[in-house]
Design a protein around this ligand. Structure first.
Ligand SMILES: [Fe+2]
Length: 135
């Protein structure tokens, strides 16, 4: 399974957010590569921590942008972010406690987690924010 990479279909037409999504995909891709290389638990854990931390900052940035512009689906979007964060925190916790490994299934979950969210949820605020002059 190849790791997920950016393509222009992911664009929400807001540069700051597209750049963050690109970075998130790179970080998830790095985790995928580290897993395939069979890197040690500590090294893999650090890459996973990086994904979790970056996602948290990215969600916060999106929420600030939506809120500042009065996006009507802000609350709904924030709830989705909270659920996504919970899932990834669970994976992180289980990994660090030695209960689970990072497997292809984990990677598939994380790759879907990013791609489906961008395509299904983030894409919705693009036209609204563009209408507010945010590009
Ligand atoms: Fe989002």
């Amino acid at each position: 399974m190849a790791s997920l990479s950016w393509n222009d279909n992911y664009s929400v037409n807001i540069k700051e957010i597209d750049d963050q999504h690109k970075r998130l995909l790179v970080l998830v891709g790095n985790l995928h590569a580290a897993m395939l290389e069979g890197q040690g638990k500590q090294a893999l854990g650090k890459v996973l921590d990086g994904v979790v931390a970056y996602a948290a900052n990215h969600f916060a940035a999106e929420e600030r942008l939506m809120k500042a512009n009065g996006y009507p689906e802000y609350e709904e979007h924030r709830t989705i972010h909270q659920k996504m964060t919970q899932k990834v925190l669970d994976i992180q916790k289980q990994y660090h406690s030695g209960k689970v490994n990072i497997t292809l299934e984990t990677m598939k979950f994380l790759e879907d987690w990013v791609a489906k969210h961008i395509m299904g949820t983030d894409k919705k605020y693009g036209p609204y924010l563009n209408g507010k002059g945010v590009y």
